[in-house]
Design a protein around this ligand. Structure first.
Ligand SMILES: *[C@@H]1O[C@H](CO)[C@@H](O)[C@H](O)[C@H]1NC(C)=O
Ligand SMILES: *[C@@H]1O[C@H](CO)[C@@H](O)[C@H](O)[C@H]1NC(C)=O
Length: 346
């Protein structure tokens, strides 16, 4: 009898502890307004999917760092296009858009793909047509800032940097149009990392758990500056930019998307937590997997388990730590956490 009592007491302590940190939201970089917006929904008992959609949308409206939303990261033609993802860990349903043109609210269009179609990802001009059918309106995503950025890149910097390889004329000196070189080296021999920092290569990524324990994750970005038109990165790819599973938790990634998406780091982090890893270990494993193959890549992963425990790892930011924002039920205000990229391997 007493043993049962002790057991029941123990169980209830465990339950109280595990519920203590949720609801919770984690957000990449310093995007505090998104965290506040998401938190206001979560603390009122709102749905994690709503918190993610509204949180990422605020960043689109406020053009966070110029790397999210309209008027940033023009492509080679000077056009801004948007990528966004939203994932529901309760249903394992995904909605995403890639290279979305002339529609500002990419995160909300992604939510419409999730809720009003049986598809998961829509891209380009045809995603714009879908958005219009759903009641979104078309407008230019170009601003005086993005136009100036593009003009400087094209005329003053002769299209440097760019993402071309093994083409002629030499993309290291000249603008296109290019044609392919017939005799070229192996790609791995030629891969040179772009000079990357948070102002030319990042994303808002968020993971949230609501009061019911439903996990959701999402991303939004305007992609890489001066990308080849049509390019999408890791952000709209489920398992790469973000992943969520109610049984385990969620994760999100930011950084050199062209490289990171090859390793599905958000999926890997969630799977590591499923196998018993702590969120910090899980994030490190995901970062390590990429670094094994691309020692110069820049990126970060945040992992959050269903108990509201979070961890992060980063790589290639130099001496800069990676910042991320957290708010959970135990905090009166959001908190900016940082993680050093020079953590010991294994
Ligand atoms: C946060 O939002 C306020 C207005 O609500 C704005 O003044 C401020 O610049 C925003 N912060 C960032 C980092 O965008
Ligand atoms: C991170 O690294 C810097 C030096 O690069 C050091 O001063 C700081 O204490 C480190 N922070 C943590 C939390 O390890």
């Amino acid at each position: 009898m007493s043993r049962i009592c002790i057991f029941i007491t123990f169980m209830s302590v465990m339950l109280v502890n595990s519920e203590q940190n949720t609801p919770i939201v984690v957000t990449t970089w310093n995007f505090v307004n998104s965290t506040i917006t998401a938190w206001n929904i979560l603390k009122q008992g709102g749905y994690s999917l709503d918190a993610i959609e509204r949180g990422t949308s605020i960043c689109e409206e406020q053009q966070c760092d110029g790397t999210v939303g309209f008027g940033g990261s023009p492509d080679e033609d000077g056009e801004t296009t948007l990528d966004a993802l939203i994932m529901d860990g309760r249903t394992m349903n995904v909605g995403a858009v890639g290279a979305l043109r002339r529609i500002k609210r990419a995160a909300s269009v992604a939510r419409h793909v999730l809720e009003h179609t049986k598809h998961s990802i829509l891209v380009g001009e045809l995603a714009t047509q879908f958005a219009e059918q759903m009641g979104f309106y078309e407008e230019s995503l170009t601003t005086p800032d993005s136009k100036r950025l593009w003009l400087r890149w094209y005329y003053r910097n002769h299209c440097q940097p760019n993402f071309w390889m093994d083409v002629t004329p030499d993309p290291g000196k000249f603008c296109g149009p290019y044609s392919k070189l017939e005799n070229f080296g192996h790609k791995s021999d030629n891969w040179i990392p772009m000079k990357i920092n948070r102002f030319n290569h990042d994303t808002i990524g968020m993971v949230a758990i609501d009061r019911k324990g439903d996990v959701a994750a999402g991303t939004s970005t305007n992609g890489a500056k001066f990308k080849i038109p049509g390019r999408i990165g890791d952000s709209p790819i489920p398992g790469a930019g973000a992943y969520a599973d109610n049984a385990v938790g969620g994760a999100t990634a930011t950084g050199d998307g062209d490289i990171m998406l090859r390793f599905l780091p958000s999926f890997l982090a969630v799977e590591e937590m499923r196998r018993g890893a702590t969120p910090t270990q899980a994030a490190r494993t995901a970062i390590n997997r990429v670094a094994t193959h691309y020692p110069d890549f820049m990126g970060a992963v945040i992992a959050l388990n269903i108990d509201g425990v979070y961890g992060a790892a980063c790589h290639g930011l130099g001496d800069e730590p990676f910042p991320f924002v957290v708010q959970d039920i135990t905090m009166n205000k959001y908190k900016i956490e940082t993680v050093n990229c020079s953590w010991p391997l294994h």
